[in-house]
Design a protein around this ligand. Structure first.
Ligand code: A5A
Ligand code: ZN
Length: 483
C-alpha cells in the first residue's frame, strides 16, 4: 500500500492543487476579475455539501442552533471591541454608498460575526437560566487578505465559513465549551481522515479580541502547515464592549462569557491535499459524490457489446437500489483508458470493469483508487464486498495521511539541530522553550518560520533548557512554515 508515486503532489504542491481542482472540476479559480474569489462547481459543491452535512450533524447533536445573521455590520458596532477592530482594521471591505448617495454610517462586510451576534444576544438573553446558548451559522465572510490569495486556502470571500458563537454564565463553563469545540473538530477531522495537530497559539498570534486561541493545523504535502480550524475563549471582552449583562443565579448582574470557533473552505482544501496523488483526487467513500464507476469494456460483436452494457446497467441498478452512488460511463467517444484517467482524477474510490469475460464468469474486476490495486469479486457478493471495501479505503486513506504527517514532525534540543532541520527538512519543528516571546522571535527570524504554538493539551515540561537563552524550559514550542 501507499505505492503511488507522489512526486508532483509533494514537489510542486501549489501547482498540483491548481491542476487538480480544475481537472476534477471542483472549483474555478483565478479567472474572475476579482482576486480571492472562486466558484464551487457542481462536483466540488457536492464534496463541500457532504462535509457540511457532517459539520451540521456534529453541532446539532451537541445542542447548537443554526441561525443566520446580517452580512452588513455598521462601523460603530464593529469598532466597539478595541482589540478586535485593531486586528481586523486592515482587512475590512466597506460599503460606503447606497446607490449614488454616500451612507451616513459606513457598513462593513462581516469579516467575522462576534459583534453583530453579541448585539442580538444582548437583546435576547437576560438570565443565566437561558444559558449556555450555542449558535452557529455557515455563511460568506469577507477579508481583504494581503498575503497571496489562494483557491480555498486564502480567500477574500470565504464562502464556507462555519462560525459558532456561545454564551455562558461563568468562565468555567466557557472553558468547558472550548473543550467541546475541540472535540467537535477532532471528530470532524477524524471522519475526513485529515491529520491534525492541536496547539495553543502564542499570545501574539491569537484571534483579535480573544483571551486565547486553540488551533488545528494540518501538514500539507509540501511540508507547510495549514490552519484548518480555531477555537477561541473570548472571555468577557465582547460582552463588556457591548454592555451585555445577564442575571446570575445569586441575583447579581454580570457580563457573560463567550467562545467562538470556526472552520472554512480550507477543510475541503485539506481533504483534497492530504489524500491526493499525481493522478488526482482520492475521496473517502463517505464524501465521494460518486462512489463506484462502472466501465463497460467493449470488444467483439455488436451482440457482445450489448451484453456487456446490459450487465453494466444491471449492476448499476442493483447498487443504486442499495444506496450506493454509482454511474456507468457509457460514453462512446472515449476509450476505457481515457475513462480510467477521467475518474481517477475525480477521486472515485472504486471502479468496476465489465467486459465479456466478467459477464461470462460472473467474476468482476475491481480497481481501488487509493492503492490502485485490482481485485476479483464474484458478482453475487458485490454489495457486501463493496461495503467492506469502502471501510477499508477510508481507513487506509486516513492511515496513509497520518503516516505522512507523523513523518513530518521533528523534535530537537539545540539550535544547531534546528538549523540543520531548516536547511534539510520541512514540516513541524518542536523545541524546548522558556516561554519568552523574544526567544521565539529569534527562532522565527533565524529559521524563517512561524511560531505555531505550544502543544494542546500541554505536555509535561521537557527536561533541559531553552536553547536560545539557557533558561529552564517550561514547555515545548512548535515552529513551521505556514500557508
Ligand atoms: N469568529 C472566529 C471563529 C474566527 O473568525 N476565527 S478565525 O479568524 O480564526 O477563522 C476561523 C477559520 O477560518 C480559521 O481557522 C481558518 O481555518 C479559516 N480562515 C480564516 N481566514 C481565511 C481565509 N482568508 N480563507 C480561507 N479560510 C480562512
Ligand atoms: Zn529562552
Amino acid at each position: 500500500m501507499g505505492s503511488v508515486p507522489r512526486d508532483r503532489w509533494s514537489s510542486d504542491f501549489s501547482r498540483w492543487f491548481d491542476w487538480v481542482i480544475e481537472e476534477a472540476e471542483v472549483y474555478d479559480y483565478g479567472r474572475y476579475p476579482v482576486k480571492g474569489m472562486g466558484v464551487w462547481r457542481p462536483y466540488g459543491f457536492q464534496i463541500r455539501r457532504r462535509i457540511l452535512d457532517i459539520v451540521r450533524e456534529l453541532h446539532d447533536s451537541r445542542g447548537h442552533e443554526e441561525v443566520l445573521f446580517p452580512l452588513l455590520i455598521p462601523e460603530d458596532l464593529l469598532r466597539r471591541e478595541a482589540e478586535h477592530i485593531k486586528g481586523f482594521e486592515g482587512e475590512v471591505y466597506w460599503v460606503t454608498h447606497g446607490g449614488v448617495d454616500p451612507l451616513d454610517v459606513k457598513l462593513a462586510l462581516r469579516p467575522t460575526s462576534e459583534t453583530n451576534i453579541t448585539y442580538y444576544e444582548n437583546l435576547w438573553i437576560k438570565s443565566y437560566k437561558q444559558l449556555p446558548k450555542k449558535y452557529y451559522q455557515i455563511v460568506s465572510v469577507f477579508r481583504y487578505e494581503t498575503k497571496a490569495t489562494r483557491p480555498m486556502i486564502r480567500l477574500r470571500e470565504v464562502t464556507t465559513f462555519k462560525e459558532a458563537h456561545t454564551v455562558h454564565d461563568s468562565f468555567e463553563d466557557s472553558e468547558r465549551q472550548v473543550l467541546e469545540a475541540i472535540e467537535i473538530y477532532r471528530e470532524l477531522f477524524e471522519r475526513l481522515g485529515i491529520p491534525y495537530i492541536i496547539s495553543r497559539r502564542p499570545e501574539w498570534d491569537k484571534f483579535a479580541g480573544a483571551l486565547y486561541t486553540i488551533a488545528f493545523d494540518t501538514i500539507m504535502p509540501d511540508g507547510k502547515l495549514l490552519q484548518i480550524g480555531t477555537a477561541h475563549n473570548l472571555g468577557q471582552n465582547f460582552t463588556k464592549a457591548l454592555d451585555f449583562k445577564i442575571q446570575l443565579a445569586d441575583g447579581t448582574l454580570e457580563y457573560p462569557w463567550q467562545t467562538s470557533y470556526g472552520v472554512s473552505d480550507r477543510v475541503v482544501a485539506a481533504l483534497i491535499a492530504v489524500h491526493g496523488d499525481d493522478r488526482g483526487l482520492k475521496l473517502p467513500p463517505t464524501i465521494a459524490p460518486i462512489q463506484v464507476v462502472i466501465i463497460p469494456i467493449p470488444g467483439g460483436s455488436e451482440e457482445d457489446k450489448a451484453r456487456v452494457l446490459r450487465e453494466s446497467r444491471s449492476i448499476e441498478e442493483a447498487l443504486k437500489s442499495s444506496g450506493v452512488r454509482v454511474v456507468v460511463d457509457e460514453r462512446e467517444d472515449l476509450r476505457p483508458g481515457a475513462k480510467y484517467y477521467y475518474w481517477e482524477a475525480r477521486g472515485v474510490p472504486v471502479r468496476i470493469d465489465v467486459g465479456l469475460e466478467e459477464v461470462e464468469t460472473g467474476m468482476l474486476t475491481i480497481a481501488r483508487r487509493d492503492t490502485l490495486e485490482k481485485l476479483k469479486i464474484p458478482r453475487g457478493r458485490l454489495l457486501e464486498e463493496l461495503r467492506a471495501l469502502f471501510k477499508d479505503i477510508e481507513e487506509n486513506l486516513k492511515e496513509m495521511a497520518w503516516n505522512f504527517a507523523r513523518s513530518m514532525i521533528t523534535r530537537v534540543d539545540t539550535i544547531e539541530e534546528a538549523e540543520k532541520w531548516a536547511s534539510e527538512k520541512k514540516g513541524l519543528l518542536e523545541i524546548p522553550w522558556c516561554g519568552r516571546e523574544e526567544c521565539a522571535r529569534t527562532v522565527e527570524e533565524k529559521l524563517e518560520v512561524k511560531t505555531i504554538g505550544t502543544p494542546w493539551p500541554s505536555e509535561d515540561a521537557p527536561r533541559g533548557k531553552c536553547p536560545l537563552c539557557g533558561a529552564p524550559a517550561i514547555t515545548i514550542v512548535r515552529y513551521a512554515k505556514t500557508y
